[in-house]
Ligand binder design. Structure first.
Ligand code: XMP
Length: 514
């Protein structure tokens, strides 16, 4: 049976992934494609609906991202959001102009509850607005179904053609009833039944992997993080001990993490798989010596990873498949999905060397968002503690040490990070903060300790709350907790004499320091 699909056409808006995630929360599978995607290709995928995202430009400007008018004649229900809404009006004969008042932030919107888009939504509701332009005249056949004090057309519809345009952002949590509106679109207007569920995803994936792999041997790159752990367990379910998991200690993992991972996946652990631990710390440190630039470090770590796997594979004999824990945001962020600029090459996608000595790469989680990976993990009975672990980047502490990586710096950041995590747990904040860690800045400064001058490194603490890792806000860690962490780090970690707290949100910052 064909899976129901909704396509998000990305016009370069910052919330494109959020739109897709919200759709999936309605149990509808959703993929992001560039606005440039060929009409024929779209038709072939047979989507139940299309969503046009926001974008940074004006739809009437010379460099505007656009689409063909025929898109609106395919007979597929379409929902335009913000830029997508304006573009729909512009192309179909309406008018979009610069607004007198720029609407930004939470705004009260009056909706027409007779519209199918707003079924079960209260007449007055708070929505997230972010626009310079407004729809000054609707395209023929449309009627206004929402307005604000400054914006006469906050939403418009042409119900006969199943075309809907919303000026605000239903995908953002600040839009109180946003999820309901998206649900109304995909489950109501598009008629999706909601066949995207994690239990069937796991079942189907296990079957598909079994078919594909046959009697082949599989090698899994286990990093200890959530993604590769879930991928490994899925593979182990599918092919049992045809699977060998190689866990590379690249010397860039958190304190005690290597032993913790071995306890779960090793011979004493829960799973019946072949587990090999490779102690490759020195090898990685040697390769990283002198490398200061973040992307260069990512590439070095990624390549060395692959080399280590190749060597292990040769020891095992013939290896047919290599498993990687790539997830959907990696694909989109690496510029392979929608319109996003490449911000960082995630080593499991962008930094992969051209020559890989395996028949094929298996990426069983390539279609999943992080929260879906966790759900799949729980579905397969992986302990909650492991599944709900905070994310840890593939290149590990290599990108939490600004500039050159050395064994001494790794030790400093490991110790500082362990203290930070311990105190967050002591304060009962574990699970309440999205992602938190200590990083080592490349800055040394003068301090005084026991009447002596010091000239040591500064540790930066980071803690962010995020729903999707694409945007994030600095978390408000109570000052007493930060003070305790600071004092313990200064006292217990040799080589550190200053501790700072990073307040930057994403954007403009990123979550990691590099
Ligand atoms: P950024 O720093 O891009 O982080 O805002 C977003 C999320 O991605 C993780 N991250 C990485 N994961 N390889 C990975 O596997 C990488 O190179 C990488 N860089 C960042 C980061 O921990 C956060 O959860």
């Amino acid at each position: 049976m064909e899976r129901e699909l909704v396509i998000v056409l990305d016009f370069g808006g910052q919330y494109n992934q959020l739109v897709a995630r919200r759709v999936r929360e309605c149990n509808v599978y959703c993929e992001i494609y560039s606005y440039k995607t060929d009409l024929e290709k779209i038709k072939k995928m047979n989507p139940k609906g299309l969503i046009l995202t926001g974008g940074p430009n004006s739809c009437y400007g010379p460099d505007a991202q656009s689409c063909r008018k025929e898109l609106f004649e395919l007979g597929i229900p379409i929902l335009g959001l913000c830029y997508g809404a304006q573009l729909m009006m512009h192309i179909l004969g309406g008018k979009v102009e610069q607004a007198r008042v720029r609407e930004y932030g939470k705004t009260e919107v009056c909706v027409d509850t007779a519209s199918r888009l707003f079924g079960n939504v209260p007449e007055k509701t708070i929505c997230w607005m972010s626009h310079f332009d407004y729809i000054s005249r609707m395209a023929p056949g449309f009627r206004s179904v929402a307005h604000t004090a400054d914006c006469p057309v906050a939403a418009a519809e042409c119900a006969e053609k199943s075309l809907y345009a919303i000026q605000f952002h239903p995908e953002v949590l600040h839009t109180q009833e946003g999820s309901k509106m998206l649900y109304n679109f995909v489950r109501g207007i598009c008629g999706c039944t909601g066949d995207w569920k994690m239990d069937s995803f796991v079942e189907n994936s296990v079957k598909a992997i079994r078919n594909k792999v046959g009697n082949g041997k599989v090698l899994c790159a286990l990093s200890g993080g959530v993604d590769s752990s879930v991928a490994a367990v899925m593979l182990s379910k599918a092919v049992g001990n045809q699977l060998t998991c190689v866990f590379v200690d690249h010397g860039l993992l958190r304190k005690n993490e290597v032993d913790e991972v071995e306890a779960v996946f090793g011979s004493e652990g829960f799973y019946d798989l072949n587990f090999i631990r490779v102690n490759a710390q020195e090898r990685f440190y040697a390769k990283l010596a002198g490398a200061e630039e973040p992307e260069e470090k990512r590439k070095i770590i990624g390549e060395e990873f692959i080399r280590v796997f190749e060597e292990e594979a040769k020891k095992i004999g013939t290896v047919d498949f290599l498993v990687q824990g790539t997830i959907y945001p990696d694909v989109v962020e690496s510029g392979l999905g929608g319109e996003s600029a490449v911000i960082k090459s995630h080593h499991n996608v962008g930094g992969l060397p051209n020559f890989v000595d395996f028949k094929e790469i298996l990426e069983p989680l390539r279609d999943l968002f992080k929260d879906e990976v966790r759900k799949a993990g729980l579905e397969m009975g992986i302990p909650e503690k492991l599944v709900n672990r905070q994310p840890f980047p593939g290149p590990g502490l290599g990108i939490r040490i600004i500039g050159e990586v050395t064994a001494e710096k790794v030790k400093m950041v490991q110790d500082a990070d362990a203290i930070y995590r311990e105190e967050i747990a002591n304060a009962g904040l574990e699970g309440k903060v999205g992602q938190y860690f200590a990083g080592l800045t490349n800055m040394r400064s003068v301090g005084v300790m026991g009447d002596e001058r010091t000239y040591d490194y500064a540790v930066a603490l980071r803690a962010v709350n995020t729903v999707d890792f694409m945007t994030a806000e600095a978390a408000e860690i109570p000052f007493e907790v930060l003070q305790k962490v600071m004092s313990r780090i200064i006292n217990e970690v040799k080589g550190v004499n200053r501790v700072m707290y990073d307040l930057t949100s994403k954007p403009p910052g990123t979550i990691e320091f590099e």
